[in-house]
Design a protein around this ligand. Sequence first.
Ligand code: ADP
Ligand code: MG
Length: 332
Amino acid sequence: EAGEFSLINRIERIACGNHIKPASVTEGIGDDAAVIEKDSRTFFLITADALIENIHFRQDYISPYTLGRKALAVNISDIAAMAGNPRYYLVCLSVPATTPVNWVKDLYKGMNHIAKQYSLFLIGGDTVAAEKTIAVSVTVIGEAKKGSVIFRHGAQPGDLIFVTGLPGDSALGLEILEKGFSKSLKNSLIKKHLCPVPRIQAGQALARQNIASSMIDTSDGIIPDLIHILRQSRVGARIFLSNFTLSKAYRKTCGDNAEDGFFYHALYGGEDYELLFTTDRKKTAAIKALETELDIPITCIGEITDKKGNLDIINASGNSVSFEKKGFAHFK
Ligand code: ADP
Ligand code: MG
């Protein structure tokens, strides 16, 4: 009824409004992860995200192993968005009593696959009975040196806006899965949806080289996620559609034409789990070098303006386009 953003605001007012915030809480609700003082040199980064059956996934297209991988990967992505290093995780598993033990074992084998790759250690959780559908709720705790955390606030007028990877593929993969056309991981769009790769290396490099002035991971879509940066940095932005780098599979699926609607999935498609960041123009050469070093596209898609609350999406002909349905062209 209220929308997620406004609901979280109300939650924050009730739960945090009349409490004294502990001095250790550098950032509470509002960024990709909470930032809590660990010691004089280090922060803990703490984030939680759940995957719910028939909302975020269907058992007919995702195996328990792949689900486990994804449940952990999407949380690690929030640590990447703060330029941190993931360390520990907890899992709250809610499953119907009829769930085979092997299903649960496979889920944890999948999580373990990602945990090994990113050096995370399982430290706890909870197991509860569900009536009908499965829910996997994960908490990840990471660390970062003080001074190297990148927040959603921090974007400055004149900064350029960059995104890693190839936007929109995950949303197209989900459409193929939902239509039942295929569930093969050999399809690159489906793979992007089911097996997201958290950009830990990129996040840390952007902090180490002092490149990013603000950052978020793209879980809701480039535009909705950019709006979080704009709101918290109190700035506006201009996005140039002709700058976008899109995958071959995207272009093939969406007809390879340059009409505005062609960009819809790239702008509003969720679950890419790429990094969206802003940077001083002087850092463009460093970003080029990073693109080569990490071997992933890092594309400039626009610029930050001082027009607070204003987001312009400009097409190849230089005209402003609005995707009315989502109503995000103006925001407060
Ligand atoms: P992300 O997409 O990066 O996971 P969200 O948009 O889900 O971020 O959440 C934004 C902020 O709101 C985060 O700081 C998150 O911890 C907080 N948050 C979300 N839901 C709740 C809730 N139900 N109670 C308290 N905080 C919440
Ligand atoms: Mg996030």
